[in-house]
Each structure stands twice: as structure tokens, then as C-alpha cells.
Design a protein around this ligand. Structure first.
Ligand SMILES: [Ca+2]
Ligand SMILES: [Ca+2]
Length: 510
């Protein structure tokens, strides 16, 4: 409305000048001629840098760009162009349209990242505005790096894989990763998380070669790679230094390049928990050129977090069904917030035998009551809300763990990563991520966790004499802390001797 009044005043002033000039009667250029009426484009209130922020793979963000005619004549806008992938125009009331004075139109631009990186494009808006024949708006957005496990598999002679492209060894592994990324439309540069005698995986995902111990041939050790999201768009791993030093793999790499879920699969790495050639296996599969059944390469598992994502299995070089883990190289933007709300689940700090009454925090209790007391003491010490509602994930000879849980979740880990949406999800044999984060903030690797309970919450015959006996005379069922897949609660049906003294407990808020 303000602009409309201004416009009226200008029209009146122009009209008065015209009359005045005409009345002068051929004085020969004594007055100012009227300015011709012209269109004047105003794009996005002159904010020509349009940032979409960080958007994760499989997600989109949209921004509406408004074009207004601030001039006195019709504004003719041409074809708006330049929103190249991963940007696109999803609606457009401007292109090839005429906009009256004071009227406006708009274009909606979508950012749909196809992989990690920073992206920019130039939105060009041509018009008949005499002094702005093309207005350029800068589009920008970012997306975290991506990690996936290959949908294809093969043996330890990587040159024999269909996507190897005539290459051998590490180069063949990288060719497979790049080919699979391309097949799935993932942009960016990918390398296989693999080491051989010459090059550590740690250096390779920084686009470098050589050994970590030699700073990957740099003046200082690089530590910028990552962080990574999975192809379902969920956060997977922190930046390489936090991933390796603190075991911050938030969720297991359970998804292939197309976003399909893969469980209970193994992939070659021969890479130790610090990102270097596994010290137990030099020359893995003869530097990935051999499918000899007598040779092995170390590997990780698609249900594993902590450090067992890279080192868990010894895999025969002849085994034909091993996959590769492909990581987008270099540094990318930060992950989105992990925080989701729900009842809390944690791995209790500390450990002991199958006689829970001997554990710190047992408070004079025994059996299941001791387990619950340990969980409540740890929850209280960590300042968690509802500390008195925590229970140990344990069964005894008369009680199933699933029947001790009376609520319906959802449950989340203390870093906010979901564990299960509801009780049925908790008991379906697989967790969203591993319960390996303690109330003190540590992510645990391959530690046993007493349970006496199947993955479905049902008691097993092995409960260390109802958790009162820490001797070798009884057996206790257990899972391993970093496992989110089958076996997370009870991977070994016969359990282990109850005199194991470095076994942990899981605690769940009810
Ligand atoms: Ca103008
Ligand atoms: Ca589940």
C-alpha cells in the first residue's frame, strides 16, 4: 500500500511538470523531459544469496523466491534457468509471464542432495528491467558424506568383482565402490574402507596414500574425513578421529547403495580399530589379489558399531559372499542433531561375574533385584530422570525379561539415537542401534553383556543360577555390547561360564 501511494505522488508530479513545460510554448529545452515509465525487478527483497543449509541425503528443502515489480511499467520475465541438480524448480509463476506494477510472482526451488558435499548453482532471472536485464541469485546447500555397504559381493580377489573395471587390489575395491555409488545416483567420490601392506584405510579416505604412522605422507596427521550418514539418511558415524578414538559409530552401516537394508552381512576391511592395516593379518588376501581358501582377511559386520564395525570377523579369501564398505572421502558438513526423546537405555558402567550381589551398586540385593539395583544406582549417579524406574535386561529361571518391561517405549540411547519404537520393536530380534553407550558416556566394543535372555526377551536355561553364582559351575547367556542385530541379547545359546568377571549389564527405563 505504501508503494502504491508513492507511485500516485510520482504520477502527479510528472503530470504537473508536463503541463508546466507545455505552457512555456517552445522555449527550446528549458525543462526536464518526463522519465519514461520502466519496470523495476526486485528479487527476494534483494537477498540474492539463498542458502538451504545442511540437508541430509533422502531429504529435501524448499525455498520460495519472490519476484516483485517495483517499477511503473509491466515487467516481462523470461525463462528462469540455472537451478541445476541437486537444485530444481518445483513451481514457477514467473517464467515467461508479465508482472504488472506492484504485483509479484514466485519460484519455488528444491534442494535434494544426491550425496555429501557443498553444492551451489546460479538462478538466472532475465527480464525487461532496463538496468537489471538478468538478476542472479546464488543457491547453496550442503549435505554430509555418505557411507554404504555394497549390494554386490565377492571374494578376496577384488579384481574378479564385476565392477572392478580391470583393476586389481585396492584400486579394484575403489572401482567397485565408485561404480555402486554411480549405479545408485550417489554423487561424490567413494573409496573402499580397506587396507593393504602399503596403504591404510585411514589415509585412503582422506584421498591420501601411505601409512597413518607416517601421517599419510603429510606434515601432520590429517583427521578431517567424515562425518557420514547412511543411505537411509540416518546419521552413522562421527568424524574419523571421534569415530576411531571414541567408537562413535551411532548406527551400524546396514544399508546398501540403494538404501536397502542389509543385515547379518560381513565386509572385508582388514583394517584395525585405528584405521591401519590389521596387525594380525599382513598382506590380506595377498593385498586383495587372491581368493585362496587358506588365506584370510579381517572384516566388519553390518550390525556392529563401536570398533567392531571395522574389525570383527576373520573371513576366508575364498568366501564368495563378502561385501565392501564404501565411504565418501574427505571432509563434509556436520551431522544434524541426533536428539530424539524417549525412555532411556544404557550399558551400565563396570562389570562383574554372574553373581550380581557382588557388583558395586547391588545394595545387598541378589538375583534380578541386584541387577535392577545396579541399574538404578548407575542411573541416579548419572543424574538421569526416573532413576528408580530402570530395570536390568535380564531373565531368571522363572521370569522373562520381556515380562519385566511393562511400558511401551519408545526407547532411546543416552546420545539420543533410537533403540526401539515400542515394545514389539524392542523384542523383534534387532535393535535400531546397539546398546553399548554407558551412563558415563563411553561407547563399548566387544564386551559380553549378561542377559539370560533371547533376542525376543524370553528366558534361556543359562542364568547363572538366577544370577546368584559367579563360579564355573553355571552358565550364563550373553550378547555383545556393539551388536544391534541378531544375537544382540544372546548370541551364544549355551552362554559362558559364570565366573567370567568382565561382563556387563544393560539397563532399560520402564
Ligand atoms: Ca531495475
Ligand atoms: Ca527392532
Amino acid at each position: 500500500m505504501k508503494n502504491k501511494i508513492m507511485w500516485s505522488i510520482i504520477v502527479l508530479a510528472t503530470a504537473a511538470a508536463f503541463v508546466s513545460c507545455g505552457g512555456g510554448g517552445g522555449g527550446g529545452g528549458g525543462g526536464t523531459p518526463p522519465a519514461p515509465a520502466v519496470p523495476d525487478i526486485m528479487v527476494n527483497d534483494n537477498n540474492l544469496v539463498i542458502s538451504f543449509g545442511t540437508v541430509v541425503l533422502r531429504n529435501t528443502s524448499e525455498q520460495t523466491v519472490t519476484m516483485k515489480n517495483d517499477g511503473a511499467a509491466d515487467l516481462s520475465i523470461g525463462a528462469i534457468a540455472g537451478a541445476s541438480a541437486p537444485f530444481s524448480i518445483t513451481s514457477d509463476t514467473c517464467s515467461n509471464q508479465t508482472i504488472s506494477p506492484a504485483a509479484s510472482c514466485s519460484v519455488t526451488v528444491r534442494f535434494a542432495p544426491t550425496g555429501g558435499g557443498t553444492f551451489s548453482a546460479n538462478l538466472g532471472i532475465p527480464s525487461n528491467d532496463p538496468d537489471e536485464t538478468t538478476v542472479n541469485a546464488q543457491l547453496s546447500g550442503a549435505s554430509p558424506n555418505v557411507v554404504f555397504v555394497t549390494s554386490v559381493s565377492g571374494n578376496g580377489n577384488l579384481g574378479s568383482w564385476a565392477d572392478a573395471g580391470g583393476k586389481t587390489g585396492l584400486a579394484a575395491g575403489d572401482a567397485v565402490c565408485q561404480a555402486r555409488a554411480g549405479a545408485a545416483g550417489l554423487s561424490g567420490s567413494f573409496k573402499a574402507w580397506l587396507s593393504d601392506d602399503n596403504d591404510d584405510a585411514y589415509c585412503r579416505i582422506h584421498n591420501l596414500t601411505g601409512k597413518r604412522s607416517a601421517n599419510c605422507s603429510q606434515a601432520a596427521l590429517p583427521a578431517s574425513a567424515g562425518p557420514w550418514v547412511r543411505t537411509d539418511g540416518f546419521s552413522c558415524a562421527a568424524r574419523i578421529d571421534e569415530l576411531l578414538d571414541n567408537g562413535k559409530m551411532y548406527t551400524p552401516v546396514r544399508f546398501d547403495e540403494f538404501g536397502a537394508q542389509i543385515t547379518e552381512a560381513a565386509y572385508f576391511t582388514n583394517t584395525y580399530i585405528d584405521g591401519t592395516l590389521h596387525p594380525a593379518v599382513p598382506s590380506p588376501c595377498i593385498n586383495w589379489t587372491s581368493s585362496d581358501a587358506g588365506l584370510v582377511g579381517e572384516g566388519g559386520g553390518t550390525d556392529m558399531t563401536s570398533y567392531n564395525w571395522t574389525a570383527y570377523f576373520g573371513l576366508s579369501c575364498a568366501q564368495p559372499t563378502v561385501r565392501l564398505l564404501c565411504m565418501q572421502t574427505g571432509a563434509g558438513p556436520s551431522l544434524p542433531s541426533l536428539l530424539t526423546t524417549g525412555k532411556k537405555v544404557f550399558l551400565a558402567s563396570g562389570w562383574g561375574t554372574g553373581n550380581l550381589s557382588t557388583w558395586p551398586g547391588a545394595g545387598g540385593n541378589s538375583g534380578l533385584a541386584a541387577g535392577d539395583a545396579i541399574c538404578r544406582a548407575r542411573a541416579a549417579a548419572a543424574g538421569l530422570a526416573n532413576a528408580d524406574r530402570f530395570k536390568a535386561w535380564l531373565s531368571d529361571s522363572t521370569t522373562n525379561a520381556k515380562d519385566r518391561i511393562t511400558s511401551d517405549g519408545p526407547w532411546v540411547r543416552l546420545d539420543g539415537v533410537p533403540i526401539a519404537e515400542n515394545k514389539a520393536d524392542l523384542l523383534d530380534g534387532s535393535l535400531f542401534t546397539s546398546i553399548n553407550l554407558t551412563e558415563t558416556g563411553l561407547y563399548y566394543g566387544n564386551y559380553g553383556v549378561w542377559s539370560g535372555t533371547t533376542d525376543n526377551g524370553v528366558k534361556t536355561p543359562n542364568t547363572c543360577n538366577d544370577w546368584t553364582d559367579g563360579s564355573s559351575g553355571f552358565m550364563g547367556s550373553f550378547g555383545v555390547a556393539p551388536n544391534a542385530g541378531p544375537g544382540w541379547s544372546s548370541g551364544w545359546s549355551n552362554g559362558t561360564s559364570c565366573n567370567q568377571s568382565v561382563f556387563m549389564l544393560r539397563c532399560i527405563e520402564d
